[in-house]
Design a protein around this ligand. Structure first.
Ligand code: UGA
Length: 449
């Protein structure tokens, strides 16, 4: 690699690592992606994205063709670059704490690769890790495996990511800030230089902190966002009791207050995805180790779990007992434009419906294979929204897919045995669906009989 341009290696080609590597390469920075999964590496080398993420495929393809991105399972190649990002997973353990085994193994292998390297190398922890991990876990493992001390010859920073699934590329290209947690100026300066090269005149604000602060920024961000969702869902459940009240109007009104802000105030069936629940549980567990019970965070999680019951309660309101009733679930993904069903509200709702004896049939434009892989054939999966609705006594919209927004009242009427519809994502304007028995989360309004 050319000496005058910065170069990076990214260890862990999961969704964060891949998007990070693809965006660095797209900005002309030579990048090596590293993973132990050979199939994944083979796919990346062909310029194909092994996960579904808008823009990623094109970006990888272009970067591979321009020879700016290479992928390998040989971690010794990490030393060829001047900065290595650790982007391996930190999955949840049964007690809520995070499993650091991938972080430790990747650090150890990277350290070994750095043993014979001449010159400065910077290691950057991008994986989501609890405060103290960079200095108390990564640093000793790195020092031992490399035979070098972190300091003038070997840099170490924490640099969390804030990418959202479905908009990860755009988020990586236009972040609202960059958080750099470092112990010394040299490492922070190298990372800042790299981002300066990446963003040029559009460098976002850089927040320089200690590694521990940077690590906690990531958890605080997700804890706040999850709490915002649980807050608006709480207001939605209150609003629903009052005729003529609509939580969407409340969100619109309070969102004008700059202290509150308009985003993340969409009431729904509860948050899902691989991050919020996992990160809140890890933060709760971490906090308890210090003897502090973070009741607010516990409540955010409890309110989120409870929201699935609210959705089922709405369907019971329309059809009475759910025993042997055919219920169509529209949407399995935890949000639209992804095939990800991890911690999805749909899964909680489906389990509750089945426990009440309902016969569930579901449709999702992308997430059905993932659902089947995880749960087998516990429910019927339909080939289209129409065939899911066929003969159903109640339909529940669980994901805000555009495909479902296009369904008109007549579509529901044409296929369902009873036009009972729960809009758990509030994608419909009730006045346009008057022919249906429509109930919505946070909608104190009933359009039907
Ligand atoms: C989240 C954060 O938004 C990212 O900043 C963070 O980097 C990422 O976690 C992570 O830690 O990796 P993501 O899980 O992709 O991103 O999804 P979000 O778009 O944040 O949505 C999370 C859940 O909240 C979804 O189920 C969504 O439907 C729900 N949500 C979101 C609402 O119910 N209402 C809202 O107003 C917003």
């Amino acid at each position: 690699m050319k000496k005058d341009t910065p170069s990076v290696s990214v260890i862990g080609m999961g969704y964060v690592g891949l998007c990070t590597a693809a965006t660095f390469a797209s900005r002309g920075i030579p990048t090596i992606g590293i993973d132990i999964d050979e199939t994944r590496i083979a796919q990346i080398r062909k310029g194909q994205a092994p996960i579904h993420e808008p823009q990623l495929d094109q970006m990888l393809n272009k970067a591979v063709k321009r020879k700016l991105l290479d992928a390998t399972n040989d971690i010794s190649r990490a030393a060829d670059a001047d900065t290595s990002f650790l982007t391996v997973g930190t999955p949840s353990q049964p007690d809520g704490s995070i499993d650091l085994s991938f972080v430790k193994k990747a650090t150890e292998d990277l350290g070994t690769a750095l043993q014979s390297k001449q010159g400065y190398h910077l290691v950057v922890v991008k994986s989501t890790v609890i405060p103290g991990t960079t200095n108390n876990t990564v640093k000793p493992v790195l020092e031992q495996s490399s035979g070098k001390n972190v300091g003038p010859g070997l840099g170490l920073c924490a640099n969390p990511e804030f990418l959202k699934e479905g908009t990860a590329i755009n988020d990586a290209l236009h972040p609202d800030k960059i958080v750099i947690g470092s112990n010394d100026k040299k490492s922070a300066d190298q990372l800042t230089r790299l981002y300066r090269k990446f963003y040029r005149s559009r460098l976002p604000p850089i927040i320089a902190t200690s590694p521990e602060t940077a690590e906690l920024v990531k958890y605080s961000s997700n804890a706040f966002l999850a709490t915002k969702v649980s807050f608006i869902n709480t207001i939605a459940n209150i609003a629903q009791q009052i005729p003529g009240v609509d939580v969407n109007r409340i969100a619109e009104a309070i969102g004008h207050d700059p202290r509150i802000g308009p985003l993340f105030l969409k009431a729904g069936p509860g948050y899902g995805g691989s991050c919020f629940h996992k990160d809140l549980q890890a933060l709760i567990r971490f906090s308890r180790q210090y003897g502090y019970d973070p009741v607010l965070l516990l409540s955010s999680e409890e309110a989120n779990e409870e929201q699935a019951n609210r959705v089922v309660a709405l369907s019971k309101k329309l059809v009475g007992s759910l025993e042997a009733k055919r219920i169509a679930v529209l949407g399995l993904a935890f949000k639209k434009d992804t095939d990800d069903i991890r911690e999805a509200a749909s899964v909680r709702v489906i389990h509750l419906l089945r426990a009440k004896g309902a016969k569930v049939v579901a449709y999702d434009p992308m997430a059905m294979p993932n659902f089947e892989n995880l749960f087998g054939n516990i429910i019927e999966l339909a080939k289209s929204p129409q065939s899911a609705l066929k003969g159903a006594e109640c339909a529940i919209v669980m994901t805000e897919w555009d495909e479902f927004k296009k369904l008109k009242a007549k579509d529901y009427l044409a296929y369902m045995s009873e036009p009972n519809v729960i809009d758990a994502r509030r994608i419909y304007r009730p006045e346009q669906y008057r022919e249906l028995n429509l109930l919505g989360i946070g909608l104190g309004y009933f359009s039907g009989k």
